[in-house]
Design a protein around this ligand. Structure first.
Ligand SMILES: Cc1cc2nc3c(=O)[nH]c(=O)nc-3n(C[C@H](O)[C@H](O)[C@H](O)COP(=O)(O)OP(=O)(O)OC[C@H]3O[C@@H](n4cnc5c(N)ncnc54)[C@H](O)[C@@H]3O)c2cc1C
Length: 366
């Protein structure tokens, strides 16, 4: 099954709950949340069914607001009760802990996906599915976001990560971003205030929730030309990236200095002889070495070990420390670059043994 935003939560959830005991998770709390966000409260969400990597334990309580007002009331309540929370889009860039979550998850998905065009200006809510965003822009004859057409996430996640492809980022076309603060206040930030840099923005680690953004694109007058450009991009992605086995897209961000000297992360990891290396149910993709695929019920720990091995081997061979684009979500709801968690887990002896015994497999069935 696909991510939360694409499928809707209902298909994989049990509204009744399975009786996990967490001190903050009381029947009164669930009742209050049901009153604040009617139809948007879910118990015991199996993150392994929701995340793109198909990894992770249970999320005991997920709330998916259906309007900005609901979100504001929810945040005011969460702040009054001093509840800890984590913000999720479609989880396409996240590696959940095998233990699952011990905090409330707030999911921004298809319930908040309003989209409006006025001339070359666009307003879109954060829960909109990114490929649908790109298709709607194409239909309106607006050019500039073709590079996002194959990215399987929500617009809020894309803005938070300043995601994109072909060395572009969604931030390039933003006029301003509307968010809700942890206390439930609405806030508008201009593009400059969003701090967009390569795959980062001010929203990472801020605790604010992006509800939507205004964009300015260029009118091309030719939806057909835009569609054809998008088809080319999708074709290239299909050829280059693993599609059948669960993965989270590129694991490491490209470092310009390493790129200039040795090439992109995938080429460097491949040159280190790590393509096809397996740990447990996880494998460095034989098709593209900057992807880690879940080929057989991988655990988060398997994926983190491979991230640690790739990072350390590349450091030893090139002198460059690669940073992960993919983020690890701890049970306490902390979101950190996955390499930071991998470093904490991966002991040098493990690395030496694994690098000495890579298991190379064929790249055909991914
Ligand atoms: C097959 C595949 C291919 C991919 N290709 C690309 C690519 O080409 N380029 C690229 O940039 N990425 C790519 N990705 C990664 C991922 O799709 C993007 O980072 C995406 O934009 C994340 O969106 P999401 O809704 O899944 O966010 P999530 O993974 O759920 O969250 C990512 C981060 O955003 C935060 N967040 C999510 N929604 C909000 C919100 N509304 N307000 C505040 N914070 C929020 C989360 O807290 C988290 O820190 C790929 C992933 C996969 C699986």
């Amino acid at each position: 099954m696909e991510g939360i935003a694409e499928q809707g939560l209902g298909s994989c959830l049990d509204h009744q709950g399975s009786g996990i005991t967490l001190s903050w998770l009381t029947p009164e709390l669930v009742e209050d949340l049901n009153a604040l966000v009617p139809g948007g409260v879910y118990r015991d969400v199996p993150l392994a069914q929701v995340s793109r990597w198909r990894v992770g334990g249970l999320a005991p309580l997920v709330v998916a607001p259906g309007s900005v007002t609901e979100l504001q009331q929810l945040m005011a309540y969460v702040s009054r009760r001093r509840l800890r929370y984590v913000v999720l889009g479609s989880s396409s860039n996240l590696l959940f802990a095998d233990e699952g979550l011990e905090v409330l998850a707030i999911h921004m998905g298809q319930r908040l996906s309003d989209f409006r065009v006025e001339g070359n200006r666009v307003w879109s809510e954060a829960g909109l599915w990114v490929p649908a965003f790109a298709r709607r822009l194409a239909r309106a004859g607006l050019t500039g976001a073709e590079h996002t057409c194959g990215i399987p996430g929500t617009l809020g996640g894309l803005i938070c990560m300043n995601g994109g492809s072909q060395r572009k980022g969604i931030g390039d076309h933003i006029i301003d971003v509307v968010s809700v603060t942890p206390e439930g206040e609405k806030r508008i930030r201009s593009r400059e205030e969003c701090g967009f840099r390569y795959r980062t923005s001010v929203f990472q680690g801020l605790g604010e929730i992006i509800v939507g953004a205004r964009f300015r694109f260029t009118s091309s007058g030719s939806p057909q030309a835009i569609r054809s450009e998008m088809l080319t991009i999708l074709g290239q992605r299909r050829r280059k990236f693993p599609r059948k086995l669960p993965n989270c897209g590129s694991v490491f961000v490209s470092n310009p200095a390493m790129y200039a000297q040795y090439g992109p992360p995938g080429a460097v990891i491949e040159a280190c002889g790590l393509k096809g290396m397996r740990v447990g149910g996880a494998m460095i993709s034989p098709l593209h070495a900057n992807f880690i695929v879940n080929h057989d019920q991988a655990r988060a720990a398997d994926i983190l070990t491979l991230i640690g091995v790739a990072r350390r081997t590349v450091l030893e061979r090139t002198g460059y420390n690669m940073a992960a684009e993919v983020c690890y979500v701890s049970p306490a709801g902390q979101i950190i670059p996955a390499h930071v968690k991998a470093e904490a887990l991966c002991v040098p002896a493990d690395v030496e043994r694994l690098v000495a015994e890579p298991q190379v497999v064929s790249g055909t069935d991914q």
